[in-house]
Ligand binder design. Structure first.
Ligand code: MLT
Length: 406
């Protein structure tokens, strides 16, 4: 008899963004004349940078001739892209990361979700609340979390992010094995300083733990004093894996390209206490289960690092951050307590009522889509997240509408 992985029965009914998309589409079906203004999921709306498009076209032309055609590429990614990333995102910023420590993939969602697979199923896991749901759900699938009771999984150590701690969680009170951190944060938009991040690296080193650091939004940091990478913190190479993405910065949400950094010093332990290289294990997993991002997409991604590409990406980010400023200002003026939108494309708003109720009110009265904070965890119950990923015109319209419901 074929049987299922029963851990899946422990998952909440559907993935957050699928639930929201379903509700919005049902509403739209019943109200075809209402204009829907999407400030929910963080999905890019601006076109790919011109430099990427040119590189994409040129790579397609290479694929069109036998002499330049490419079949399977290296699973870890082509050297031209890994080298550009290592140099531009790390080495020129004084961060010691080599090209062969970078694994190109089709998305940070997949990588943050998959990385736990090379770790034991009986480790303890600390996850922020609120949090990007992929970290929780993939640990549920792996059977690490225990039963769901009162909105939480019994075996997860929740790292609460609240107004009281400025949305930076306190260190766990007891040792844990795996820690998820995300800065600039999704969903809160909060950022972390070097001094706030360093104790996490020290904690991981003291407890032989691993930090999975999601830096998918680092390109939105405008405050030069903030760290862009966890590897700016001494000792992090031994205890941290970092995830980055081209999705939001260069419009690759549909095109798919991201990367994960696994330093060679980064170790985990077997049941005898022997050190095992996570770089070697991830390489083994990646080359077994993944066949690489397509050549044209990697060429398009590499174009981000040309002078023209860098300038075009800066313009895209500036556009989204203009939206973020606008949303943050409006929400502040309306008297909401908010965080984010300054070094991040997300604004986290205390709506002082059930977040799903607010979501429904906003959608039905105005056509504006937000993300209910309760979908990110118990600590998000009274919050909603607005995303800056839309046109300025639509953001303006949404802000006018939001005024009307107050
Ligand atoms: C979000 O809105 O949180 C993100 O777009 C989801 C994702 O990147 O998968």
């Amino acid at each position: 008899m074929i049987r299922i992985n029963e851990n899946y029965l422990n998952l909440q009914a559907s993935y957050l963004f699928s639930t929201i998309a379903k509700r919005v589409s049902e509403f739209q079906g019943c109200h075809p004349d209402t204009e829907i203004l999407r400030l929910g999921i963080g999905d890019a709306t601006r076109a790919l940078p011109k430099a990427c498009i040119e590189a994409f076209h040129a790579a397609i032309d290479e694929m069109a001739a036998d002499a330049t055609f490419r079949g399977y590429g290296p699973e870890q990614g082509y050297a031209f892209l890994r080298e550009s990333i290592a140099e531009n995102d790390f080495q020129t910023c004084g961060v010691d990361i080599a090209a062969d420590e970078i694994f190109i993939s089709d998305g940070a969602k997949c990588d943050t979700g998959n990385f736990q697979e090379i770790l034991s199923t009986d480790i303890s896991v600390a996850i922020p609340d609120p949090v990007y749901p992929v970290y929780v759900d993939t640990n549920v699938m792996a059977g690490r979390t225990g039963d769901f009771e009162g909105g939480r999984y019994r075996n997860i150590v929740y790292l609460e992010c609240t107004e009281d701690n400025g949305f930076i969680p306190d260190l766990p009170k007891k040792p844990v094995d795996l820690i998820y951190l995300c800065f600039p944060n999704n969903p809160t938009g909060a950022t972390i300083t070097h001094d706030q991040l360093a104790p996490w690296v020290d904690f991981a080193r003291e407890n032989r733990a691993l930090i999975l650091f999601d830096a998918a939004y680092e390109a939105f940091i405008r405050d030069d004093s903030l760290p862009h990478s966890i590897y700016e913190i001494p000792g992090a190479r031994e205890v941290a894996v970092e995830f980055r993405s081209f999705s939001k910065t260069a419009g690759f949400t549909g095109t798919r390209c991201a990367f994960t950094v696994v330093p060679k010093e980064c170790m985990a332990f077997d049941s005898h206490g022997n050190r095992q290289s996570l770089h070697a294990l991830w390489n083994r997993r990646h080359s077994t289960k993944f066949n690489g991002v397509s050549y044209p997409v990697q060429r398009a991604a590499a174009a981000i690092y040309t002078d023209a590409g860098k300038q075009q990406v800066r313009e895209i980010i500036a556009g989204y951050m203009k939206n973020a400023d606008r949303i943050r200002r409006e929400m502040d003026d309306l008297g909401f307590s908010c965080v984010g939108g300054v070094n991040s494309p997300y604004i986290w708003i205390n709506v002082k009522q059930d977040s799903w109720k607010f979501f429904d009110t906003l959608l039905t009265q105005t056509g504006v889509v937000c993300t209910p904070g309760g979908g990110f965890g118990v600590c998000g119950d009274q919050y909603v997240r607005l995303s800056a990923f839309n046109s300025f015109e639509n953001v303006e319209k949404a802000m006018k509408q939001i005024k009307n419901i107050r």
